[in-house]
Design a protein around this ligand. Structure first.
Ligand SMILES: NC(=O)c1ccc[n+]([C@@H]2O[C@H](COP(=O)([O-])OP(=O)(O)OC[C@H]3O[C@@H](n4cnc5c(N)ncnc54)[C@H](O)[C@@H]3O)[C@@H](O)[C@H]2O)c1
Length: 237
């Protein structure tokens, strides 16, 4: 239970990437606030975690809206006292290339993949600093953010920018003991919630999954979350 006593907030906590990370952190002892713009999705993941005997609440809402972001963070703090871990995971892709891209969709992707992580990181960091707790922010990138992807201009642009956001935010927040890291899932199989059935005792990000991280080569699967959330914060040692 390497996250005993920790509180995590995960955005876009569907049963795929976000929900899996949420379930893994809960299994490691964290209390988890599960966000999604679709309330039923946030509640389903929170209910799944509770059904496994861990503590979780749903904090639904649109994270592109500043007032909603503040309300989500407040809900998590009101419920659990603080937030130690933020996972910026939510997303929605329109998959347009240069010739098809439309401004409203472009702006929507920028809002979800960039402005939302900025607002959430700011609000959560303020709580961490105020409560004098070290913390951890984990940004979910994509191979498109490292190398680009044809027909997916806004997404590629945002994920590449989020990578550098990670570096800049890490420099800003290091003095407060807040780590900012990113992980890059690739080749996802969509199964999940397999934390309790995975024989490696891990996330359940599924057998065939391959990961790379920004800073470190780690063994796939659980290794990335161990690196991104636990090891990078010296928790669980
Ligand atoms: N699945 C993959 O193969 C893969 C690969 C690389 C990276 N990723 C990244 O992982 C993350 C999650 O992907 P996924 O496959 O689990 O997707 P998903 O669609 O299952 O989950 C994303 C969730 O974000 C929610 N969401 C969208 N807009 C929102 C908003 N404004 N406010 C709050 N919630 C919002 C959606 O409702 C959805 O439930 C994304 O950042 C994606 O880029 C996924």
């Amino acid at each position: 239970m390497r996250l005993e006593g920790r509180v995590a907030l995960v955005t876009g906590a569907s049963k795929f990437v976000g929900g899996t990370i949420a379930a893994f952190m809960a299994r490691e002892g964290a209390k988890v606030a599960c966000n999604d713009i679709v309330p039923e999705i946030a509640e389903a993941t929170a209910a799944y975690i509770r059904s496994r005997g861990s503590d979780a609440i749903a904090v639904p809402g649109d994270i592109t809206d500043e007032a909603t972001v503040k309300a989500i963070v407040k809900q998590a703090v009101d419920a659990f006292g603080y937030v130690d871990i933020l996972v910026n995971n939510a997303g929605r892709q329109f998959q347009r290339g240069v010739l098809e891209v439309e401004v409203p969709e472009w702006n929507e992707e920028l809002a979800i993949y960039l402005s939302a992580p900025m607002m959430l990181s700011r609000e959560v960091s303020r709580v961490m600093v105020e409560k004098k707790r070290r913390g951890c922010i984990l940004n979910i990138i994509s191979s498109a953010g490292h190398q680009g992807q044809a027909g997916n201009l806004a997404y590629s642009t945002c994920k590449g920018a989020l990578l550098n956001f990670t570096r800049a935010a890490a420099m800003d927040l290091a003095r407060y003991g807040i780590r900012v890291n990113s992980i890059t899932p690739t080749s996802m199989e969509h199964l999940v919630y397999r934390a309790e059935t995975d024989p490696r005792g891990m996330v359940g990000m599924v057998a065939a999954v391959k990961f790379q991280t920004q800073h470190t080569a780690v063994d796939g699967h659980g290794g990335v979350i161990r690196f991104g959330v636990i090891r990078s914060s010296n928790w669980g040692r």
